[in-house]
Design a protein around this ligand. Structure first.
Ligand code: MF3
Ligand code: CO
Length: 254
């Protein structure tokens, strides 16, 4: 179902999205070689509860952790674990919170220490592809305009693999609402965008081929070729002339 949000609901959704941003900003402060992704997950769960909210992912379709932490060849839905992070790792941290009846859900990819220029470029251009998509999230456009903008930047322009099996989504009282927002597609196709639609736009972009598989744990999604994958996600509200970005990367990058 697609649910159009009114002004008050959008402000509550901004609070939820910003609590995710604040959580990721705390992660940015503590993430370093030697820390485990399980340490980060425990920290994330406590921080969310201290802010009078609940982690949206925990127990969602039996997902067993507070967050998804996806390292190197893991695309998304990585299980936090007891392995220490090391210099050169590329880590997507995806967090969801439920507060005041609304979910926030977004993600940021961190790089630890020195990595080669190709990795830096993959991270930078995945983030750029997200913003290219957000530019198209205006009333009267179509979901396919967002999808095509992401695909054109990541695949056509830079030659990366665009993951197709997992997609962005509407968000609100439910973590996943309509419409689905693929990261590939054709302009002018799909659902028409209307003012007050709130979307989680989340390109998952692979250095190599777009092929993926799911681990035996039933969740962890990996690249088939073992190459690095990057994931960025924002929550945005469709408006007349320019999307309103509800989440905030500036506090994470500070
Ligand atoms: N950002 C992801 C999504 O929107 C995270 C979901 S993890 C889950 O689907 F555990 F909640 F499924
Ligand atoms: Co999402």
């Amino acid at each position: 179902m697609i649910h159009i949000k009114n002004t008050e609901e959008i402000e509550l959704m901004r609070k939820s999205a910003l609590l995710v941003s604040k959580t990721l900003a705390e992660v940015a402060r503590i993430i370093k070689p030697g820390i485990t992704t399980l340490d980060l997950d425990v920290f994330i769960g406590a921080f969310i509860k201290d802010n009078n909210a609940a982690p949206s992912f925990l127990n969602y379709q039996e997902y067993p952790f507070n967050s998804c932490i996806s390292v190197n060849d893991v695309v998304v839905h990585g299980f936090p674990n007891k392995k220490a992070l090391k210099e050169g790792d590329v880590i997507s941290v995806d967090v969801g919170v439920y507060k005041n009846n609304f979910h926030g859900d977004h993600a940021y990819t961190f790089i630890l220490g020195e990595v080669n220029d190709e990795i830096i470029r993959l991270v930078k251009e995945t983030k750029t592809s997200l913003y290219k998509g957000i530019e198209k999230a205006i009333a009267g456009n179509y979901v396919g305009d967002i999808s095509a903008a992401i695909q054109e930047h990541a695949q056509t322009k830079h030659g990366y693999g665009v993951v197709r099996e997992l997609v962005g989504h509407g968000i609100g009282k439910q973590l996943h609402e309509g419409p689905e927002v693929p990261n590939y597609g054709k302009r002018g196709t799909g659902k028409k965008l209307r003012e007050g639609m709130v979307l989680a736009i989340e390109p998952m972009i692979n250095m190599g081929s777009r092929e993926i598989y799911t681990d035996k744990d039933g969740w962890t999604v990996r690249t088939q070729d073992g190459k690095t994958s990057v994931h960025f996600e924002h929550n945005i509200c469709v408006q007349k002339s320019k999307a309103d970005i509800l989440s905030d990367y500036t506090i994470i990058e500070a």
